[in-house]
Write a protein that binds this ligand. Structure first.
Ligand code: ADP
Ligand code: MG
Length: 445
């Protein structure tokens, strides 16, 4: 993409209504535009990151054998009456009537819809285990939408649902999701800590929330500092191996880590004092096992091997896809702007031409751009007739992790400059070496 042809409405001033840094930077970098309280348009730059995050979520879910699909945003109230949640959900649910006066709602989540669907099609244990998921817009009429995409009213969520014959199988699905979530967040450059949580309106005994530590987080969290030393890394795991998944779950959940809802002072005090931490966190995901409650209400029964009809064991598992943009920025920025982790950056690198209109500089930039593009990379070339300072400030604000700076002076010596957004360090090298460096950085990502 050439910046002169892109749509990047950058704000010069700090927006007054944005209280936290991620909201401020998303507005300033031209990523989102509020259309009404808690509802945003995703401008091209923001949309690109959103898609990157979605792709990582898709890849990690499918790696574990979970099956993608798409359910509608509008649902019939009748289904929610069946589960008893139509009245229970309260004013957070946006209720709508169609022209025939039929009661509809904009889905805040999808347990009812999917359980009804599975009840329709699945009659035998032979079709199990089954985990279906989608990434779809949700609407919750939050009392206090705030912090930009962090607490929106309309937001994008990955929600997955497992259907199993036994509790043991469903707990394997729970552990499998825990593993996929660890991998997912790490690929986005985030440390998200599974913490024991409260099951809330969904119900059930087993639930963990994934929290990214950040001062601006809405949840108060209590944890043993040893937990921040853990990382899943690039271990290979067989998702059918119950013992292997269970042991990862135990490794990541055996230390004290709870949100304020489940915090227990006495148990916390058993952690050695120097390791006790009280902090704030952003909830970027949650997993649940809730047994047979929904399947009984929605009639999701299967025949087991003995020919008896039994209710399915279920769980649901959510990732806050749009919230993740805010969480990543909270975790990765400096005074000059965003610093995207390589896994989610909207463009792989920026190309800054210091002297637009200079034949040699233009030619070198075009050649770099073409070579990178031919290798499958997506560079953003700032080809505007602007001062170098302004171009650098734009690149820093939008947070591309790597910048290649091209100017007549360097070209005389056959070099361009490659700069890391994170460290600010620059290195001179030939254009060919710059391309090889970018390729090496993104290898395997
Ligand atoms: N209003 C919101 N705006 C943005 N993301 C949200 C919002 N509500 C929930 N999410 C994200 O969706 C994920 C799954 O939702 P869920 O656990 O059902 O939400 P909650 O815990 O708020 O009831 C949450 O972990 C969070 O990351
Ligand atoms: Mg939650």
């Amino acid at each position: 993409m050439r910046l002169s042809r892109y749509f990047l409405p950058i704000l010069k001033e700090n927006p007054a209504d944005a209280q936290i840094v991620s909201h401020r930077l998303m507005l300033r970098a031209g990523m989102i535009k509020q259309s009404s309280a808690g509802i945003y348009s995703w401008l091209p730059l923001g949309f690109k990151v959103l898609r990157k995050i979605e792709n990582i979520v898709h890849e990690e879910q499918q790696r574990a054998g979970h099956i993608p699909m798409l359910m509608p945003t509008l649902q019939s109230a009748d289904l929610w009456r069946k589960s008893g949640r139509y009245d229970a959900y309260g004013p957070e649910m946006l209720r709508i009537k169609d022209r025939h006066d039929r009661e509809m709602l904009y889905g805040p989540t999808n347990e009812e819809l999917i359980t009804d669907m599975v009840a329709n099609f699945v009659g035998s244990y032979k079709s199990l285990p089954l985990t279906l998921y989608h990434i779809q817009w949700k609407f919750r009429d939050e009392v206090r939408p705030r912090f930009g995409v962090m607490r929106g009213r309309e937001f994008l969520m990955k929600d997955g649902y497992n259907f199993d014959l036994t509790k043991e199988d469903a707990l394997h699905a729970y552990n499998r999701h825990l593993v996929t979530y660890l991998r997912t967040y790490e690929r986005m450059g985030l440390q998200a800590i599974p913490m024991r949580a409260d099951s809330g309106p969904i119900g059930g005994d087993y639930t963990h929330e994934f929290l990214v530590l950040a001062d601006t987080g809405e949840s108060e969290v209590f944890y043993d500092s040893e937990i921040t030393d853990l990382s899943f890394g690039d271990r290979a795991i067989d998702f059918d191996d119950k013992v292997a998944c269970q042991s990862v779950m135990e490794e990541f959940t055996s230390r004290y880590a709870r949100t304020d809802e489940t915090h227990d002072e006495a148990t916390f005090n058993e952690v050695p004092e120097e390791r006790r931490r009280v902090a704030r966190g952003i909830e970027v995901g949650q997993i649940f096992y809730f047994g047979t409650e929904y399947s009984e209400k929605m009639g999701a029964m299967v025949q087991n091997e003995e020919g008896q009809r039994v209710p399915l064991h279920m769980g649901s598992h959510g990732i806050g896809v749009s919230r993740l943009l805010g969480a990543i920025i909270e975790a990765s920025h400096d005074d000059n702007g965003i610093i995207w982790p390589e896994g989610v950056t909207p463009f792989h690198c920026g190309i800054v031409n210091l002297k637009q209109g200079d034949e040699e500089a233009d030619g070198a930039c075009d050649a770099l751009y073409d070579s990178l593009t031919a290798l499958g990379f997506d560079p953003l070339y700032d080809d505007r007739k602007e001062r170098a300072g302004g171009k650098f400030a734009t690149m820093d604000l939008i947070g591309l992790p790597w910048r290649i700076t091209v100017g007549p002076r360097g070209l005389k010596n056959g070099v361009v400059e490659v700069t890391s957004r994170r460290t600010g360090e620059s290195e001179e090298m030939s254009p060919e070496q710059a391309i090889a460096k970018i390729a090496a950085i993104y290898e395997g990502l």
